[in-house]
Design a protein around this ligand. Structure first.
Ligand code: P6P
Length: 338
């Protein structure tokens, strides 16, 4: 019966993407090959993260990355794995990683028409306490991949073809959009395959959770302060929202996507552009939120309309349930009129 059919009709991520791509007669399977290499990287990192506590992989690699943060061995490992997997796919021409100060231009013989921007292990400060962390990625295509330039990756997020994240938590969950909605896949370690477990994810229109680092409250601007106040002390008699903040973007965004609510990393007096990086944190998560029926706002504009000028540029971000983001947009608009 149906349940058995489901068990035997394994919809793997590769099969799913092939089905999606078959809608484009001109597609030659390049995207599927690229995605398979990203999936390979995620499987490797999942295995390394799960073994980290045992294999003493955690701990400092003794170097610091471009962000001035101490690099943990898993960061170094994950970055190398993804760079190597993406180059060997033969489908990429530029790679931007959170771990590398400069973009990687793939050697001509191995070039393809895709650019991949990624954070190989976001939230890595949480590794040592076994809090969920993740890989975040976005994919652009370039016009002329024989002469790739940085301009090919400094595109607005709305030009992304695909975006996703892989969360290494109680289960290894890969959430992906190729522009036709959002789907979630869970790694079955016994098969080594990502199986479709969350088809066509839609974020609730309004949520009961807000997610922000309240420790930065003294530095927030007016609209953010007013919004968080409203979450805690609603004036319209509705119940106050719950605060959930894990401090690992992939985990906070995954919960927001499935349960609804709003995730905020606002600008503050110390960091006028907020903390999160445009290319490989803000854009992919904003892409997914819009594809799931939510929205993403920078405090000034739709996040996906932003045109980055530097590969490690930061931006404030408010993303999640459509109605919740609408409320903070109204507060920023009102401030603009004061
Ligand atoms: P804070 C983790 O270091 C990270 O880049 C994101 O994963 C997370 O959302 C954010 O920083 C947490 O930052 O300042 O609240 O600790």
């Amino acid at each position: 019966h149906a349940a058995d059919a489901h068990r035997t009709d394994l919809m793997t991520i590769t099969r799913f993407v092939l089905n999606e791509q078959s809608k484009y007669p001109e597609s030659r399977g390049d995207f599927t090959i690229l995605l398979n290499h990203i999936v390979l990287g995620c499987k490797f990192v999942c295995s390394a993260v799960n073994k980290a506590g045992l294999a003493k992989l955690i701990g400092l690699a003794g170097e610091t990355n471009v962000q001035g943060e101490e690099q943990k061995k898993l960061d170094v490992l994950s970055n190398e794995v993804f760079i190597k997997a993406l180059v060997s796919s033969g489908r990429t021409c530029i790679l931007v990683s959170e771990e590398d100060e400069e973009a990687t231009f793939v050697e001509p013989s191995k070039r393809g028409r895709y650019c991949v921007v990624f954070d190989p292990l976001d939230g890595s400060s949480n590794i040592d306490c076994a809090v969920s962390i993740g890989t975040i990625f976005g994919i652009y295509t370039v016009k002329d991949y024989h002469e790739p330039t940085l301009a090919d990756v400094l595109q607005p997020g709305k030009h992304m073809l695909a975006a996703g994240y892989c969360m290494y938590g109680s289960s290894c969950t890969l959430v992906l959009s190729t522009g036709g909605g959002v789907n979630g896949f869970t790694l079955d370690p016994s098969l080594g395959e990502f199986i479709l477990t969350h088809p066509d994810i839609k974020i609730p229109k309004k949520g009961k959770i807000y997610s922000v680092n309240e420790g930065n409250a003294k530095n927030w601007d007016g609209p953010t302060t007013k919004y968080v106040e409203k979450c805690k002390f609603p004036k319209d008699g509705s119940s106050s929202k719950s605060l959930r903040y894990i401090g690992s973007m992939v985990a906070d965004v995954h919960r927001t996507l499935l349960y609804g609510g709003i995730f905020l990393y606002p600008a503050d007096k110390k960091s006028p552009n907020g903390k999160l990086r445009v290319l490989y944190e803000v854009f992919p998560m904003s892409f997914l939120m819009e594809q799931a029926g939510g929205q993403a706002f920078t405090g000034k504009q739709r996040a996906l309309d932003l045109v980055p000028t530097k590969i490690h540029e930061r931006s404030p971000i408010f993303l999640g349930s459509y109605d919740d983001v609408e409320e903070i947009k109204a507060l920023y608009a009102a401030e603009g009129k004061e």
